[in-house]
Design a protein around this ligand. Structure first.
Ligand code: FMN
Length: 523
């Protein structure tokens, strides 16, 4: 289905109701409080941007980045809390909200060029110049300056459907860039079909978009991906025709770079680049993006996406990949076990390799079914940790505790070899396939009545049923707390004195669970 069938044209009546602000990057950034946003006033040299963003827990808004004076934001979605804010929920509710929105009906409204904020400024011909944009060196050994937050829009001529992805673009000069298009992706398939026909492929690249749009762009779904953006927004999405190619992009974006991927194919060296697993990726032969126009908002906000290094949990890329991994494996889990409860992929592992799943186990062995389901899902997960419903998968300490106290390596470890692997994983040491490990950190299903697995917590005073210690003991075995409740004690030492008195008289004993009972009580 082409856009003509998907999008309705804005009429003078609907035009007034079109919302260009809610899903604009600047609105999201400006709404962040001090705890989430650092503001850098004045001009920041481009060479200082990467150092400011590295491991920074906050998003950083540079009022003027580099000599051109354009504003720039980095780390906008580099924490789960900001990511969740973008979806209007708490971090724990992020996945259910994404799944809910994925089911919502997309609404796309095409607006005129005059109305579209992203075309308030239009540059073509001799005016286009990528070297005037605030593009900075991200890592010491990168091959050059990279646009790191490029959201690319292309149309598959075979189906008429839109493909949207996130890619990096290495500047070659004023009007061309490289693009990393080696890993399997829909855009790679569409482009390879175009060069096989000897054709170029029109491509428009949004730089500066709402986190919800960026999340949609990382997803790889069958069907039209412009509609996927609209579904995830869960409100009508305004789009506009580009000025120099026939593509359509969100009309509320900040910047758009229009152009095409050349028919010459994979010819230009691209890289090295600090990759999403934390290490450098090597130089590869890649296609060229040729620029034909630049359009932008009046007060357009450029964006950089942090990636790689030692502090992956604080990068935009790992947060995006983690959310995608969680959404991708959820459907596999749902069909494999009766009651999956939560899934968390830690961003500190790059957002792909280590996944935690909690479930309510209904049958022995379900934890292993969950492990097998995650192994088999399209997300390239390497290590799966399955825990019971009392463990919070988002809490590193609780996961550590479950692994330490509920897992026996010779009994609970599942290992599989020769799975499809992510080639840039350095631990593969050149191999094409890799192994996966499953850690069943659930308690035995028979453990619920055992004190060994009962978890200590501060006492909660039960409702008083008996009047006094003797009455409670006359009714049957009682814990120390039960006796405090019966005595109306908020101290405990008074109960201890009573216990001592009864014990001295030979009237009290204790059962195997440590409860107190009268000598003559039968258990
Ligand atoms: C910040 C970021 C940058 C990315 N850059 C690239 C890239 O340069 N090349 C690539 O192949 N995939 C990259 N990815 C992964 C793709 O965006 C992802 O696989 C996407 O699903 C591809 O879309 P497509 O299959 O619809 O073309 C990146 C992901 C993120 C989060």
């Amino acid at each position: 289905m082409g856009l003509d069938q998907l999008a309705s044209k804005a009429t003078s009546k609907t035009a007034a109701r079109i919302d260009y602000d809610t899903y604009r990057l600047r609105s999201f950034v400006e709404a962040l409080g001090e705890a989430e946003l650092e503001r850098r006033t004045g001009t920041t040299k481009l060479a200082a941007i990467a150092g400011t963003l590295e491991a920074n827990p906050k998003a950083v808004l540079f009022e003027a980045a580099g000599s051109g004076g354009y504003p720039l934001v980095g780390n906008a979605l580099a924490s789960r809390s900001r990511f969740a804010l973008a979806f209007g929920v708490t971090p724990q509710k992020l996945l259910p909200e994404i799944l809910r929105r994925l089911r919502s009906k997309p609404e796309i409204v095409e607006v005129s060029r005059e109305e579209a904020p992203v075309q308030a400024v239009v540059m073509t011909g001799a005016d286009i110049d990528l070297t005037k944009l605030p593009v900075h060196l991200q890592h010491g050994k990168d091959g050059g300056l990279y646009i790191s937050a490029g959201m690319d829009f292309a149309r598959d001529p075979a189906t008429g459907q839109y493909n949207v992805g996130l890619r990096r673009f290495m500047l070659h000069g004023r009007t061309s860039t490289g693009i990393d298009l080696v890993a399997p992706s829909d855009l790679r398939n569409i482009y390879q079909a175009a060069i096989a026909r000897g054709e170029r492929l029109p491509l428009s690249v949004v730089v500066g978009g709402h986190p919800v749009d960026y999340f949609a762009a990382t997803m790889r779904m069958p069907g039209d991906e412009l509609s996927l953006l609209a579904s995830l927004r869960a409100q009508p999405m305004p789009v506009v025709k580009c000025v120099s190619n026939d593509l359509t992009v969100p009309a509320d974006a900040e910047w758009v770079l229009e152009g095409y991927l050349g028919e010459e194919g994979y010819q230009e060296p691209e890289g090295p680049y600090g990759e999403f697993l934390g290490y450098y990726g090597a130089v590869k032969l890649n296609p060229v993006f040729h620029l034909t126009a630049i359009t932008r908002r009046k007060d357009a906000l450029f964006q950089t996406a942090t990636i790689g290094g030692r502090f992956l949990g604080r990068t935009d890329t790992a947060q995006l990949v983690a959310a995608k991994t969680e959404a991708t494996i959820w459907s596999s889990l749902e069909s494999a076990v009766r009651e999956p409860l939560a899934v968390c992929c830690s961003a500190s592992c790059g957002g792909m390799f280590n996944v935690r799943v909690s479930l309510r186990q209904r049958y022995p062995g379900e934890a292993r079914n969950a492990i097998a389901a995650v192994f088999a899902s399209v997300a390239d997960v390497k290590n799966v940790f399955v825990v019971d419903d009392d463990i919070d998968v988002f809490d590193d300490g609780q996961i550590d505790w479950a692994l330490a106290t509920r897992f026996q390596a010779d009994r609970d470890f599942v290992v599989g070899s020769n799975f499809r692997a992510v080639p840039i994983d350095p631990s593969l040491e050149g191999r094409r396939s890799g192994s996966k490990g499953g850690f069943d950190c659930t308690k035995p299903m028979t453990s619920s009545r055992s004190l060994e697995y009962a978890i200590p917590a501060p006492p909660v005073m039960p409702v008083r049923i008996h009047e006094g210690v003797s009455a409670a003991l006359a009714a049957g075995p009682a814990s120390f707390l039960d006796l405090m409740s019966a005595a109306g004690s908020r101290d405990g030492r008074d109960v201890l004195r009573e216990i001592e008195r009864l014990t001295d008289r030979g009237q009290l004993r204790r059962d195997n669970d440590g409860r107190y009972l009268l000598q003559e009580t039968k258990v």
